[in-house]
Design a protein around this ligand. Structure first.
Ligand code: CAA
Length: 379
């Protein structure tokens, strides 16, 4: 087993670190307060090739591997998880889904501008009454001959406002349950689409999150992805890879908080010495380091399996569940090590703790990952 990264992987990691530290860090506290994404940061992310980093160069992507993606996601998430979730949705849900399941016409028209970072994508699966229970889709896509008619509401949609390309999951044949679900490419400016207000969230506040309403939205038949009834499988297969993105985001949040806590513990003095010299603090940091190392190994293993075209669904669920859960634990301890300073914004760890919470919820809660993992034990 080779634990060394290639020159190219290290370069990508360094580029992501430089971008995060030089550009994202300066105003992250204000953007989090105002709940605003910065257009210039998204443009820079596109220029760096981070919005289509894993897409085949044939479709104008960067052709990088999933290991590089994990390294870049970790570095960016150490500083700004609101922008790393945008990056994760674009790369591992939207672009990957299109590259693997769309036809050539659809890839030419929709994937290429997404992979170049000229357009942003969004993945619309969750609904007001179908979050974890994703087979219970209520949004309908009625077959009208040469088009489908979409009606319904999608909830908690990342990039809803910024995106121009939506991948929408909807029910065409309710009596067939999940086998009647389809996936569609929908242009956001189609007549009949309206957005709810920006969600006022606890964390990842700058991330663009809205509900999206469809009222008699016409979708050309040529925009259906795959065979009739393929939509649920499409969503599940796409989420298998998406969860590697969120796992590496959680890893980044945890390692960002850990680095800040370690630094603080070597500067802050109490009872005549740096607090790192108190075993109660040093042991916390030691436990945090072990959890982060385990989390990183799980992420990289899932990424490696995907890059080798080996089954990775269970590995990605394990990585997502573990990384998200330890991100919550590590960020909570980082706040504790900072004491009162941890509870104010300037020290960043309270924000990282708020961000960690969401990684236990979206792209399948920690409990959903346990369903997937436990079912795999019986196979
Ligand atoms: N790959 C391929 N097929 C899969 C699959 C996978 N990973 N997982 C399930 N399937 C198939 C099953 O084989 C089954 O097909 P058959 O009937 O033909 O055998 C079908 O899908 C239904 O599967 P289950 O019987 O397992 O369905 P279930 O209802 O018991 O549970 C679940 C499925 C795994 C719990 C699923 O509902 C799930 O993943 N829920 C969580 C949804 C989720 O992650 N939402 C996140 C929203 S996206 C988001 O957050 C993005 C963002 O903006 C950040």
């Amino acid at each position: 087993m080779d634990f060394k990264f290639t020159e190219e992987q290290l370069m990508i990691q360094q580029a992501a670190k430089d971008f995060a530290e030089r550009e994202l860090l300066v105003d992250i506290i204000e953007r989090d307060d105002r709940a605003e994404q910065s257009a210039s940061h998204i443009k820079k992310l596109a220029e760096l090739g981070f919005l289509g980093m894993m897409t085949d160069p044939k479709y104008d992507g960067g052709g990088m591997d999933t290991v590089s993606y994990v390294l870049a996601m970790e570095e960016i998430s150490k500083v700004d998880a609101s922008i790393s979730v945008l990056m994760s949705v674009c790369n591992s849900l939207v672009n990957w889904g299109l590259e693997n399941f769309a036809n050539e016409f659809q890839k030419e028209k929709y994937l290429k501008p997404l992979a170049r970072g000229e357009k942003i994508g969004a993945f619309l699966l969750s609904e007001p009454e179908a979050g974890s229970d994703a087979t219970s889709q209520r949004t309908t896509a009625e077959d009208k001959g040469d088009y489908y008619l979409l009606n319904g509401t999608k909830n908690w949609i990342t990039n809803a406002q910024l995106a121009s390309t939506y991948l929408v999951i909807a029910q065409t044949y309710p009596d067939k349950k999940h086998k009647g679900i389809n996936a569609f490419i929908v242009e956001k400016d189609s007549p009949g689409i309206t957005l709810g207000p920006h969600e006022n969230k606890m964390g990842m506040r700058a991330s663009d999150t809205h509900s999206v309403m469809f009222n008699d939205v016409k979708v050309p038949k040529e925009n259906r992805i795959g065979e009739d009834g393929f939509g649920f499988t499409f969503a599940m297969k796409t989420l298998d890879g998406g969860r590697i993105g969120i796992a590496s985001q959680a890893l980044g949040i945890a390692s960002g908080a850990f680095e800040r806590a370690l630094k603080y513990s070597r500067e802050r003095k109490a009872f005549g010495t740096e607090i790192f010299n108190h075993q109660s603090v040093a042991f916390k940091l030691s436990d945090m380091a072990v959890k982060i190392e385990n989390a990183r190994n799980l992420c990289l293993k899932a990424a490696w399996l995907k890059d080798q075209h080996l089954p990775y669904g269970t590995a990605s669920a394990m990585a997502k569940q573990y990384c998200a859960d330890i991100a919550m634990e590590v960020t909570t301890e980082a706040v504790q090590i900072h004491g009162g300073y941890g509870y104010v914004k300037e020290y960043h760890v309270e924000r990282l703790m708020r961000e960690a919470k969401l990684t236990q919820i979206y792209e399948g809660t920690s409990e959903i990952q346990k369903i997937i993992i436990s079912r795999s034990l019986l196979k």
